[in-house]
Every structure is written in structure tokens, then in C-alpha cells.
Write a protein that binds this ligand. Structure first.
Ligand SMILES: *Cc1c(COP(=O)(O)O)cnc(C)c1O
Length: 410
């Protein structure tokens, strides 16, 4: 297996650059760089038959991933997540063919592992010795884990009110962990400052070309799990947007390779009512999103007031015939409750948001009962025990009558 990476290309001005250098955004215009491949060569090697005998993790798509030398792959067993049928939840929401792409089963409990596994592997390959990241929590934990395994120094900057587990993960992996009185964009400024002074390589969302390549594998995997077809709709909780843009890129590459036809799923961006820059831009018909002021939500992954890839997200959603909508924190919690009680999955508020949005889209008629709908559950609930009510009944074993006082018979 080999990578068919050829060069990098700016998604805004089109300038191309050699791929084998440590690089962040486009030197000419500051926008997002994409990795480009010899897709004819990749297609000849990455056939259905070749794939059939490969391990079920994200490195099975090696031809369209950027790491050149196998020795540089830093892996914790990422990708290869299940696509679970969700009949009970589907019945509740009025959908006959609902599935869950269950991303919380990735290392460090979120889909962020996909992007950071590829970004850290590639940074190591290109000679980086230290990596840094501004993060709402999950990306920091993933980067810290892969940096530890790669033997790179890690610096993470995250909002002071990030869930405790995510802070603890970073510390546990040995990352220098700094809390910022502000949001992820404020943390981003510190990473840029520190990068210039101390030589850290900045792996911020879409500010280097390879996290999106890792996220892309969600689209590759989903298409393969559906027998090289796409669903009618993908519901995705969106912050910085790499999930959406990565999958969109994946479907285009698969079509060029010949593994998919020109059909595309409708992409649905889900954001929080009090942090919805992409939804607002979508509704206003704009290609760029204004920064959101006073962003607030219980879902850290969606508390992203500015996205450098706004135009890529909005283009993909519009081209796909998709939509963008918000849900409230209460609706997210209801979604978390439904996932856990109906399907046995304790997941994060972002996943709950995707479920809540799915219900709304069914009610509005955007989704039809017979549509094949895939909800992405991006993170584990185990980092969010604070959102579950903690008022348990307590029994004194010395007083037998107390059992009747706490058990309600169904
Ligand atoms: C980061 C994150 C998101 C948002 O993902 P993007 O691809 O950056 O839009 C959603 N859910 C969880 C759990 C996250 O950690």
C-alpha cells in the first residue's frame, strides 16, 4: 500500500504547492489548503477486491491518505466504527431507515481521533518535534494522545470551562495544558503566538491540510459500509466543519476513482441555538459566516464562533441540497436521553443535537419516512456525566420499608 498524494492546492485561490513540507494555510491568500492525489493511480490500487482483505481501520484507505512511509503511521486503532441500525429511535422520530455512525468508539472517545491521527502522523513524517492546538476539548485530548504515541511534545490551549475529563486526558498524556479565559478562537491566537516563538506546529482545524484527510475517512467508510452507495441524508453536529467538508471531499474522490456514482447525500449542519454562525450564514444566503458573539452551549464541540472553512461548509451543504438548523441545549439533552434509553448508547450533547435535529427535519417534511438517514454520533457521553441528573435515591439498609418508597412499579 502506498500514498498517491501529489500536491496541495488552495481551496480559494487555486495555487498549488509541493506536499512534502510543513505548511499551514495558503501562503498566498491565507485560506484552506487541500491535499490532492493521483486518483487514477489510487483507484487502480484501492479496488473493492483489494479493500476486502485489509484491516477494518482508517488506514485501509492508504492510497488517498497523505502519509508516505508506513513507519510514520501513529495508530491507536482509529476508524472502522460501526454503522448501527437504530430502529427504535427511528420509530420514535418517524423514520423507517435510520442508522447511527457511531464515532464515539474511536480512541479518546470522539471522531477527532481520525483527523489528529493523520495530522500528527504527517507532522512527524515532515519533521515536526512539537505540535500545538486550540481546542474545545476533544481535539486536544486526541492530539495529546497521538503526540504521546509519536514522541512529539504537545501544547494544548482550551477554554477554562472545558469539561474536566478532557483537561485530565491532556494532562494524563503529558501535554502542556493551558486554560484560556475565552473561547476556542482566543485559544487559537495563543497557539499562533506560541508557534511563532517556540516553533510548535499548529494543527488547528483546517489550518493544516491533513486533519480534513483523516475526517474524510468517515465518508469513505460510510460509503463502503453501504455497499458503495451514499444515504439520502447525513445529519452532522457542526463546529469547525471538518467533518462535513472532509466527507464531501471523500465522495468526490470516490466518484473520480469509480467507487461511487454522482449521487450525493443531503448534508445537514446542526448547530446550537446560541452558537450558530453557519446556520445564520446559510439562512442569509452568504458564503462566509460572521463571528458569533457570546457563544454558549453545553456541547463544547459546537461552541465554535468562527470557522476558517465556512465557505467550504456552506458550499458543500448548498451543493448537496442540504440544510442547516439549530437546536437548544434542552433538545440536545433530550436527544442524549433518547439515544441512551432507546438504543443503549450514552453519547455526548453533540450527538444528542444531531438526533434532535433529525426529529425536527422529519416534522418539517425535509426528511421523508422512507429516507435512508445517517446520524453521526461524534462523541462519548462518558466525558459529560455532569449533564445527567445526579439525584439518586439513597437507601438505609437497616430500614426495609424504604425500598417501596424509592421503587416505582411500571
Ligand atoms: C469537534 C466536535 C464536533 C464538531 O465537529 P467539526 O467537524 O469540527 O464541525 C462535533 N461533535 C464533537 C463531539 C466534537 O468533538
Amino acid at each position: 500500500m502506498q500514498s498517491f498524494l501529489t500536491h496541495l492546492q488552495c481551496t480559494a485561490c487555486g495555487t498549488t504547492y509541493p506536499a512534502d513540507q510543513l505548511i499551514t494555510t495558503c501562503p498566498a491568500c491565507g485560506k484552506v489548503l487541500y491535499a490532492r492525489y493521483d486518483l487514477a493511480g489510487a483507484g487502480a490500487a484501492m479496488t473493492r477486491e483489494a479493500l476486502a482483505s485489509r484491516p477494518w481501520d482508517l488506514w485501509r484507505y492508504r492510497e488517498v491518505l497523505p502519509v508516505r512511509d508506513t513507519d510514520n503511521i501513529v495508530s491507536l486503532g482509529e476508524g472502522g466504527t460501526p454503522l448501527l441500525p437504530a430502529p427504535d429511535l427511528g420509530r420514535k422520530l418517524g423514520l423507517d431507515r435510520l442508522s447511527i455512525k457511531e464515532e464515539s468508539q474511536n480512541p479518546t472517545g470522539s471522531f477527532k481521533a481520525r483527523g489528529l491521527c493523520v495530522a500528527v502522523s504527517r507532522a512527524k513524517e515532515l519533521g515536526a518535534t512539537a505540535v500545538a492546538i486550540p481546542s474545545a476539548g476533544n481535539a486536544a485530548a486526541a492530539m495529546a494522545a497521538y503526540a504521546a504515541r509519536a514522541g512529539l511534545d504537545a501544547y494544548v490551549f482550551m477554554p477554562a470551562d472545558t469539561p474536566e475529563v478532557m483537561k485530565a486526558e491532556c494532562r494524563a498524556y503529558g501535554a502542556t495544558t493551558v486554560l484560556v479565559k475565552g473561547l476556542i478562537n482566543d485559544a487559537g491566537k495563543l497557539v499562533r503566538e506560541g508557534g511563532a516563538t517556540y516553533g510548535w506546529f499548529d494543527v488547528s482545524t483546517l489550518k493544516e491540510p491533513y486533519r480534513a484527510e483523516g475526517k474524510k475517512t468517515m465518508g469513505l467508510e460510510l460509503a463502503e459500509q453501504l455497499g458503495w452507495r451514499v444515504p439520502d441524508a447525513i445529519i452532522y453536529p457542526t463546529g469547525g466543519g471538518t467533518g462535513i467538508v472532509g466527507m464531501w471531499k471523500a465522495f468526490d474522490e470516490l466518484e473520480t476513482i469509480g467507487l461511487l456514482d454522482s449521487r450525493r447525500p443531503r448534508l445537514v449542519v446542526v448547530q446550537a441555538e446560541r452558537c450558530a454562525p453557519i446556520v445564520r450564514a446559510f439562512n442569509d444566503g452568504k458564503r462566509h459566516a460572521e463571528p458569533w458573539v457570546d457563544a454558549e452551549t453545553i456541547a463544547p464541540g459546537m461552541r465554535v464562533p468562527v470557522a476558517i472553512g465556512d465557505y467550504l461548509i456552506l458550499d458543500a451543504v448548498r451543493e448537496s441540497g442540504g440544510t442547516a438548523l439549530t437546536v437548544t441545549d434542552e433538545e440536545m439533552l433530550h436527544g442524549v436521553h433518547q439515544l441512551a434509553t432507546l438504543e443503549g448508547l450514552f453519547l455526548s450533547p453533540e450527538a444528542g443535537a444531531a438526533v434532535a435535529a433529525t426529529g425536527k427535519l422529519r416534522e418539517s417534511g425535509f426528511l421523508r419516512p422512507e429516507d435512508k438517514v445517517v446520524v453521526f454520533t461524534t462523541g462519548t457521553g462518558l466525558k459529560h456525566t455532569d449533564v445527567i441528573p445526579g439525584d439518586y435515591p439513597v437507601i438505609d439498609p437497616g430500614s426495609p420499608e424504604s425500598l417501596a418508597s424509592v421503587i416505582s412499579v411500571r
